[in-house]
Design a protein around this ligand. Structure first.
Ligand SMILES: C[S@@+](CC[C@H](N)C(=O)[O-])C[C@H]1O[C@@H](n2cnc3c(N)ncnc32)[C@H](O)[C@@H]1O
Length: 245
């Protein structure tokens, strides 16, 4: 069920993909000192909410909704949604309609939703095709699926310092192929830009630990790199459509 698709470079998690490095004046400090985030940064959630509202793709199922960042934004657009997550603790951080469940066995009948989203969650599965097929099942014909993940080439500036590790089961580099085996591909929004600037060791260490790096590895990297350090963020959102009969 593969089809041709278009690369859309301007609809990623940034207001502008033209910025690579910008002047210090244009940067704003993040709450943690010692690091700076480009002002163009918006993660995928606002873009996704805007897009789903414009496309009138509803109701939306947000698989692995976590603290319901997407749902809160959909509420602002008046788009009906429900979140599902396997962690009660993550669900407790959220608001609105949400339930505990496993995206491998969605507790919904076939053809329930106009859109299903899977934001930064498919890499938790040994076989991501299982939740992708579940998403297909619960979508109406013509319904949209959207999944995002970082690239395996994310943060290349520190890749050489990282210990060897197996590839994630789902990343933006294999996402089109995996999603394309189940859905008609409907678009890819890519991000690839220098986003974070670190001026201090402790800020980099905190960032690395927050993204899952072991503390002793984070310590080691933070002592070996030079500052200021720019980190390039890479990844994509891949869109699929359930074909009409
Ligand atoms: C990195 S978080 C992303 C949360 C949210 N989508 C976001 O973008 O803010 C991944 C989420 O997937 C959830 N998750 C992991 N395995 C799951 C499963 N089998 N079924 C449903 N949710 C799952 C986790 O509990 C976690 O909340």
């Amino acid at each position: 069920m593969r089809s041709t698709f278009q690369w859309t470079r301007n609809a990623g998690p940034f207001d502008s993909t033209t910025t690579t490095r910008t002047s210090a004046r244009a940067l704003r400090p993040t709450p943690s000192t010692g690091s700076i985030l480009l002002p163009e940064f918006r993660d995928v959630h606002p873009h996704m909410a805007d897009r789903l509202a414009v496309l009138r793709a509803a109701p939306v199922l947000d698989m692995g909704c976590g603290p319901t960042r997407l749902g809160t934004l959909l509420d602002a657009h008046g788009v009906p949604w429900v979140g599902l997550d396997a962690s009660i603790n993550r669900l407790r951080l959220g608001h609105g309609p949400r339930l505990l469940g496993d995206a491998s066995r969605l507790p919904f009948p076939d053809g329930t939703f106009g859109a299903v989203t899977a934001l930064y969650m498919l890499y938790h599965f040994e076989d991501p095709l299982i939740p992708i097929r579940e998403a297909f099942r619960v979508l109406r014909p013509g319904g949209l699926f959207a999944a995002c993940a970082p690239s395996r080439f994310d943060e290349p500036e520190i890749a050489g310092f990282m210990p060897p590790q197996p590839l994630d089961t789902f990343d933006s580099d294999i996402a089109p192929e995996l999603i394309g085996t189940v859905f008609e591909l409907a678009g890819i929004d890519i991000w690839d830009m220098s986003l974070f600037r670190f001026t201090e060791r402790e800020a980099l260490r905190t960032h690395l630990i927050a993204r899952g790096t072991r503390p002793h590895v984070a310590d080691d990297i933070a002592t070996r790199v030079g500052f200021p350090l720019w980190l390039t963020k890479r990844g994509a959102t891949v869109w699929g459509r359930k074909p009409e009969p």
